[in-house]
Design a binder for this molecule. Sequence first.
Ligand code: ATP
Ligand code: MG
Length: 305
Amino acid sequence: MAHPMDSIETRDSKTIKLDQWVLTEKPDISWSDIADLERPKRAIEESIIFPVRRPDLFPLGWPRGILFFGPPGCGKTLLAAAIASEIKGMFFCADAASLMSKWLGESERNVSQLFTKAREVSEKGQPAIVFIDEIDSLMGVRGEEVGGEVRVRNQFLKEMDGILDKNKKLHVYLIGATNKPWVLDEPFIRRFQKRIYVPLPDVKARMDMFQIYSQNLKFQNNVDFAELARRTEGYSGGDIRDLFQSTQIKVVRDFFQRGAANDLNAIPDPITMEDFETIIVGRRPSVSQNIIKRYFDWDESFKAS
Ligand SMILES: Nc1ncnc2c1ncn2[C@@H]1O[C@H](COP(=O)(O)OP(=O)(O)OP(=O)(O)O)[C@@H](O)[C@H]1O
Ligand SMILES: [Mg+2]
């Protein structure tokens, strides 16, 4: 028989299964697949990885809440996935929108059951990491039920206080990610003791990404990665992945157009610098300078790293 905690009934008889939130298959992402982001990685080590391994070395306790914020496509979700595969623990993964059931009363229940389950796991001796992606949508819901939104938020704050309680040595961690930190209100922000900016990649980080995305590709000698790194100022990690993908697809398209693909032994030409240039010209960075300024200002006001 299913344990009562294994699923949540909603009024339209749709069942939100807690299993959906539990990542049973660990994502296949490790630290080394993530270019740069040394600061966020260090924060994760200090707040989660070290305390899980040696809680005895933290007589003053350790932070249980980490907020990642920053522009879209820069590795927030990727970092969370890497934690899941770095730690032998239970990883609960929910995006805020899916927690916010249409029936707001049930949203509170969703939140409380999620944390209850996480505590149960940790009481049995396994670390539990609750990852809430797009956490700003907990704040941004404008339902018809006035006050419902507030109740969910309060439930969340209560649960956070529960896991932040220093006397308990439970290993329950909360990681939140958002690209709209300015939507969050202060009581909420305060409970994330670590607030970590996940920025756009700089030149060096972009070079590292080129390495990561080049692994299965062949290039002509004229491909100048240092020059490409200069030409991609302002690109997010996602933009760079798309650049490589589009360039690779361009080469395959050329290959088909020449009719060369009919010969099953033939392979496409290596990627050239010109191929990259063709794609770069048609591709602006997805994140604007104005937005970057806004993250920077928010970081100045609320930083806690
Ligand atoms: N530091 C990085 N190293 C390698 N790849 C990266 C990095 N940052 C981003 N990427 C690439 O960009 C994609 C999008 O990253 P991710 O989903 O983590 O962004 P995000 O910060 O969560 O964005 P959003 O705010 O839109 O949710 C990743 O799947 C990966 O391919
Ligand atoms: Mg994300």
